[in-house]
Design a binder for this molecule. Structure first.
Ligand code: CP
Length: 319
């Protein structure tokens, strides 16, 4: 089955998932982001690559980092940005997602940035546009259910490459609620494609997908054991909004077993970096001593996210 993200020549037409994207495409996005990071350091931060294009942000779920950095990225590319206020849109009156899309296409939308609680919603939109022969309109998945968050995965790869230079030989630990995490899935696929040495999934059995072993990761239920010797530690929050029923005794118990404290972090390599996609829950999955400590690169991730999103939108627009 053809990859719906790529055209017949292997060019990127939508960004829906890191899964199935060739290494050259991932590397091209990261390299392009490097040039945009330089633009962000200039006094005049704008380039005209998306001048005259309309980017619609459709966030059906809450967001601070992703929505804002997509908006900044689109504006730095000189696009017109429209943030649909979903709560006040006609979705609340029963209009379907695809009818909303048709109406926005009729307003000459060039790109949709979509966050949705339902896994697959951005795929549905991309397929709808294909059937309507509107492949000139692009879809970027800004997080769908527990499935994928490809720009977060890409900015995580950018951060790792920035601080560690090379993926081969790296041991990367992903810690926490992997079961409900679209970030974990996007990171695992991207790390595999980019040739990371070893990826470890660490968490209680109730928060690990049953088939996690098939994703090529080493599974640990013990945090101290799993974190030993790691170069990169990616912490995840408990995604209570996606949990059905109680999967843990309490947040306090969870912190005792899986909270990243300075003592536990000292088991990783001395130059290990600590990442977190946000939002962080201090005292639940991460101690403030780590979150604000010298090994945390969490705010760098946010800054790099702008350059990575500029790269994705610029490439999709054909630059
Ligand atoms: N990392 C991330 O997706 O954060 P937001 O939910 O704030 O966008």
């Amino acid at each position: 089955m053809p990859n719906p993200q790529l055209d017949a020549n292997g060019g990127l037409i939508h960004l829906l998932s890191t899964e199935g994207l060739p290494r050259e495409v991932l590397t091209h996005i990261l390299d392009t982001a490097s040039s945009f990071l330089e633009v962000s350091d200039r006094d005049v931060k704008k380039v005209p690559l998306l001048r005259g294009k309309s980017v619609f942000n459709l966030f059906f779920e809450n967001s601070t980092r992703t929505r804002t950095t997509f908006e900044i990225a689109a504006k730095r590319l000189s696009a017109d940005v429209i943030n649909l206020d979903v709560g006040r849109s006609s979705t609340a009156k029963g209009e379907t997602l695809l009818d909303t899309i048709d109406n926005l296409v009729a307003m000459h939308a060039d790109m949709f940035v979509v966050r949705h609680a339902s896994s697959g919603a951005p795929y549905l939109i991309a397929e709808h546009l294909r059937r309507a022969r509107r492949e000139d309109v692009h879809v970027v998945n800004a997080g769908d259910g527990r499935h994928a968050h490809p720009t977060q995965g890409l900015l995580d790869m950018y951060t790792i490459r920035h601080f560690k230079k090379d993926f081969s030989g790296l041991t990367v630990a992903i810690v926490g609620d992997i079961l409900h995490s679209r970030v974990a899935r996007s990171d695992i696929h991207a790390l595999a494609t980019l040739g990371a040495g070893e990826v470890r999934a660490i968490g209680p059995q109730t928060l690990l997908p049953t088939a996690i072993g098939r994703m090529g990761v080493r599974v640990f239920n013990d945090l101290a054991e799993g974190i030993r010797g790691c170069d990169v530690v990616i912490m995840l929050r408990l995604q209570n909004e996606r949990m059905n029923g109680a999967l843990l005794p309490s947040a306090g118990e969870y912190f005792k077993c899986y909270g990243l404290t300075p003592e536990i972090l000292s088991l990783a390599r001395p130059d290990a970096i600590v990442m977190h996609p946000g939002p962080m829950n201090r005292g639940v999955e991460i101690d403030s001593g780590v979150a604000d400590g010298p090994q945390a690169v969490i705010l760098s991730q946010v800054t790099f996210g702008i350059a990575v999103r500029m790269a994705v939108m610029s490439i999709l627009a054909g630059n």
